[in-house]
Ligand binder design. Sequence first.
Ligand code: KG4
Ligand code: ZN
Length: 345
Amino acid sequence: MFILSIETSCDETACSVVKDGIIEVSRSVSSSKELHEKTGGVVPEIAARKQVEYMVPVINDALEKFCEKENLNFEKVLRSGEGIDAIAVTTGPGLIGSLIVGIEAAKALSLTWNKPLIPVNHLMGHIYANFLNHSEKIEFPAVGLVVSGGHTDLILIKNHDDVEYLGGTIDDAAGEAFDKTARLLGLANYLGGVLLSKKAAECKNNVAAGKLPRTMLDKDKYDFSFSGLKTAVKRLIDLNEYSVEEVACEFENAVVDVIVSKTIKAAKEFNAKCILMGGGVSANTSLRTRLSFEAETTKTPVYYPELSLCGDNASYIASAAYFLNKEKPLQNVLPNPSLGIMDEA
Ligand code: KG4
Ligand code: ZN
């Protein structure tokens, strides 16, 4: 089964074709990220305008690659949707203007080609990115960890259609904390997570160790809180006693300590057969290494998407659509900017 998927939740415009939920046949992604770097944050109006501009070229590009691989005639596929079995689209969470562009494009294709339309929750999509690399190894129950720019969630996946919410952030998301700290350290105005992580890796002797709080580490629940961290980081910087590398390293350790500890606790409590990590922050080397190392003690395998699939793209949307398969009539596929991980797309 070939699914053509569309993802436009924020500043990426993406389209993919995926076979049977696990084989990526084609992927195309355009981004308006550079424009938001100038303003130090995403401007929803600009993101939406760029989605409109990029949407058709991105769909064409993904289809061209699909036709090349499957030896099909592009013009014919474009007209009839030949070879495509269903359309999938992100309905939330995200920016309303951006979401609308992708949803309306998906509806147009679904209507013109007479193919079913499957709405997908972006957050579940991040987890399903793992099926593109590790499908044959994944077993349930699994603990799912979403760490992205806007969300931090822990879930228990008993089966594709049986998911339980364990906890999530009560304020800032992990990625948001990385980005805000990167800005405080003067590393980047927008999406500074990667740069902060690079600086942290340059720290040879962490003399700032233990100077930042591990918030909610002692709490029984699976909730997280990262907003207090940035105030603590500010205070640490103002002391003028530590280098950028040392503060970055201590910050990264503080975030990783809490995420790893809560995820391992959940894996133990629910006898998870594996841990599935997803979202932009799952690209973080320290998080990947520490989680895998700690999970080794309980022999729980940890899976994370290949680097290029951690950030926003449409391939994992197709994967989630395949496994969750909840086709809906066109009129019921609507944008929902504040969709939570447990909400139906
Ligand atoms: O999942 P994503 O691409 O977009 C959302 O759905 O939010 O996540 C983006 C987030 C940003 O906060 C970015 O700074 C962070 O992921 N990020 C990282 C790394 N790579 C991306 N944070 C820490 N370390 C990284 N290597
Ligand atoms: Zn995302």
